[in-house]
Ligand binder design. Structure first.
Ligand SMILES: Nc1ncnc2c1ncn2[C@@H]1O[C@H](COP(=O)(O)OP(=O)(O)OP(=O)(O)O)[C@@H](O)[C@H]1O
Ligand SMILES: O=P(O)(O)OC[C@H]1O[C@H](OP(=O)(O)OP(=O)(O)O)[C@H](O)[C@@H]1O
Ligand SMILES: [Mg+2]
Length: 282
């Protein structure tokens, strides 16, 4: 049975459970459940604190886990990223009161509050900067106002939390993060159950980012049309009953679908349809 760690709380937990559900796995019904078995798929899910997941996976007791890239780096656990999942996207940045810090050099001698001491300590060491780090569990934006630190280092998504606290980012982002699948460093990459799990999640990612596009076009326009919709491998082209016309079917990125439909219409394609993809294996 494959043993998988899933975040039990916080920003990662809802979208992770949703993605696993879309991939056909049984998920817990109540937030108090800490462990469930999906006998059909031969998988056991452990609902753990997001921060602890890399530690469990690196111990080898759990085969894989879903966590944040920033949490993996912060933990310094012996685990590696094997698949990015595209949700819980964020950057990790320094911020301070406007006018009090402009670049990394301004960190020298300052006190930095963060929940991610591992990331900050390593970044300071790599940059050769001597500064103090204060660990706080969360809501670190308030630390400056209350005088616990002059600078914070935290997760930034929309920037609303910083704005509300009257803080501004400075310096380059320390890192970019998103939800990821991890496994123990050097674990067997070919393990069939792990491979099947990854294929299912990749199927969800593709189904979320692509749509299926169908249209009819004149044979003379086919090359131009196919250049607009090259598909993943190559589009399917079928003859129509009306001579001189073909039907084309190809996957296209959902974000570009409207522009592609306009361009296809311009070159004479008609009956252009897009449909959602519910699941796939590439
Ligand atoms: N506002 C946000 N937008 C996007 N991703 C976020 C956001 N806040 C946290 N994350 C991401 O979620 C992960 C942190 O998970 P965690 O559950 O510890 O944080 P949280 O959502 O702040 O929850 P909590 O406040 O309960 O600790 C990190 O990978 C982080 O980058
Ligand atoms: O840029 P924003 O869109 O405002 O998002 C970033 C904020 O979201 C997270 O906090 P969360 O609400 O999870 O609370 P926490 O700080 O106590 O972890 C993160 O720690 C930031 O504070
Ligand atoms: Mg947080």
């Amino acid at each position: 049975m494959l043993r998988i760690a899933v975040p039990n709380k916080g920003s990662l937990s809802g979208p992770a459970a949703e993605m696993l559900h879309e991939a056909g796995y049984r998920q817990r019904r109540e937030s108090k459940e800490l462990r469930i078995v999906d006998p059909v798929n031969e998988v056991e899910f452990f609902y753990l604190r997001p921060r602890d997941i890399a530690i469990y996976v690196s111990s080898g007791r759990l085969d894989i886990g879903v966590t944040g890239r920033d949490l993996l780096v912060d933990s310094a656990a012996d685990a590696e990223e094997i698949l990015p999942l595209g949700f819980a996207r964020s950057t990790f940045r320094y911020a301070a009161k406007p006018g009090t810090a402009h670049d990394l050099a301004d960190l020298k001698g300052r006190t930095i509050a963060t929940s991610y001491e591992g990331i900050v300590a390593r970044h300071l060491a790599d940059s050769g900067i001597d500064a103090s780090v204060v660990h706080l569990d969360g809501a670190v934006e308030t630390a400056v106002e209350l005088g616990v630190a002059e600078v914070i280092a935290d997760v930034v998504e929309t920037g609303t939390s910083l704005r509300n606290a009257g803080l501004e980012v400075f310096g380059e982002p320390i890192m970019k993060s998103e939800a990821i699948v991890i496994r123990r460093t050097g674990a067997d990459a070919e393990e069939p159950k792990v491979q099947q799990f990854l294929r299912r999640l990749q199927g969800v990612l593709v189904a979320r980012t692509y749509v299926m596009m169908d249209y009819d076009c004149r044979v003379e326009q086919l090359e131009k049309a196919v250049a607009l919709t090259p598909g993943l491998e190559s589009p399917t082209v079928s003859p129509l009953h009306n001579e001189g016309w073909v039907a084309v079917r190809a996957m296209v990125p959902a974000k570009e679908a409207q522009r592609i439909m306009d361009d296809l219409y311009e070159i004479g394609a008609r009956a252009i349809l897009t449909t959602a993809i519910h699941a796939c294996r590439l």
